[in-house]
Design a protein around this ligand. Structure first.
Ligand SMILES: Nc1ncnc2c1ncn2[C@@H]1O[C@H](COP(=O)(O)OP(=O)(O)O)[C@@H](O)[C@H]1O
Ligand SMILES: [Mg+2]
Length: 262
């Protein structure tokens, strides 16, 4: 099973959209996908019409005890309206976790352990991360074998990106194998100077890690989320879906070349 996390220490950059769109595209070609919502806001959970305020069981349960049991983990997984895509949901209780987890040993691998118990059932797991560096993001980064960092193509977003890169460097000092990441430019509008010049700056600063697929501004993403559909089910021909399809091709190609372990 390949595990990809999507993270950026900034909200509204397209993290949840990236998770949902890639999941739909992977399912379309027959892969089994498990989504994991680690954001206490539960946007990914709400996307599929589950209410994070009402759910009795969620990824929160993984943090109640150190030991992670396969059956109990299986019991947390919900269906979605997209065949081939399942969801381990968030609940608002997750917001209390950062406080509770402080000082507790070994809580950084709970999600990795949970995913390991499900690896026979899925080809891919995609993790949506919260915008804060804490125990949940640490879990996401520890569990994944590749990281996607969506970045809005505007200058303020570049500052937020620097913070995320520092986090990756910190994580890499603790990891056995280096965490590889791909920066995904989002909300690109080629008619605006801000978009064009910040994309150029991203290339200059992060040449090695920047995706050649650039996600344009596309209102279809919002329409899809209003309907609770993965974007490729709503409109497979949209420009936004095309960009994510290109990103996916590049990621799968990397994996074939053995650049992504797991
Ligand atoms: N490329 C895009 N073009 C237009 N709207 C987008 C795009 N990506 C995401 N959105 C919309 O912007 C909002 C924030 O995106 P979201 O994926 O929830 O960000 P995050 O998870 O980083 O907070 C959502 O309403 C989403 O539908
Ligand atoms: Mg989100």
């Amino acid at each position: 099973m390949q595990v990809w996390a999507v993270a950026n220490q900034k909200g509204g950059v397209g993290k949840t959209t990236t998770v949902v769109t890639l999941a739909g595209l992977l399912a379309e070609v027959g892969y089994k996908v498990l989504l994991v919502d680690l954001d206490p806001h539960g946007s990914l959970t709400s996307y599929f019409r589950y209410d994070p305020d009402e759910l009795e069981h969620s990824v929160y349960d993984l943090f109640e005890q150190l030991q992670v049991e396969p059956e109990r983990t299986r019991g947390l997984i919900l269906d979605t309206n997209r065949e081939g895509v399942d969801l381990m949901p968030a609940s608002t209780a997750l917001a209390t976790l950062e406080r509770r987890a402080v000082g507790k040993e070994g809580m950084g691998l709970q999600v990795a352990k949970a995913l390991a118990t499900q690896k026979q059932s899925y080809d891919f797991a995609l993790i949506d991360s919260p915008p804060v560096l804490g125990v949940l993001m640490v879990n996401a980064l520890a569990a994944c074998n590749h990281l996607l960092v969506p970045v809005q193509t505007e200058f303020l977003a570049l500052k937020g990106l620097q913070r995320m890169i520092r986090t990756i460097e910190m994580v890499n000092r603790a990891r056995r194998n280096k965490l590889e990441y791909t920066i995904v430019p989002t909300f690109y509008d080629r008619r605006t100077q801000a978009s064009v010049s910040s994309l150029r700056e991203l290339h200059r600063l992060y040449e090695e890690n920047i995706s050649s697929a650039v996600v344009p501004i596309d209102t279809k993403f919002r329409n899809a989320s209003l309907k609770g559909l993965v974007p490729s089910s709503l409109d497979a021909g949209s420009r936004g879906v095309h960009a994510y399809a290109k990103l996916l091709r590049n990621l799968l190609e990397r994996r074939r070349q053995g650049k992504v372990d797991g």
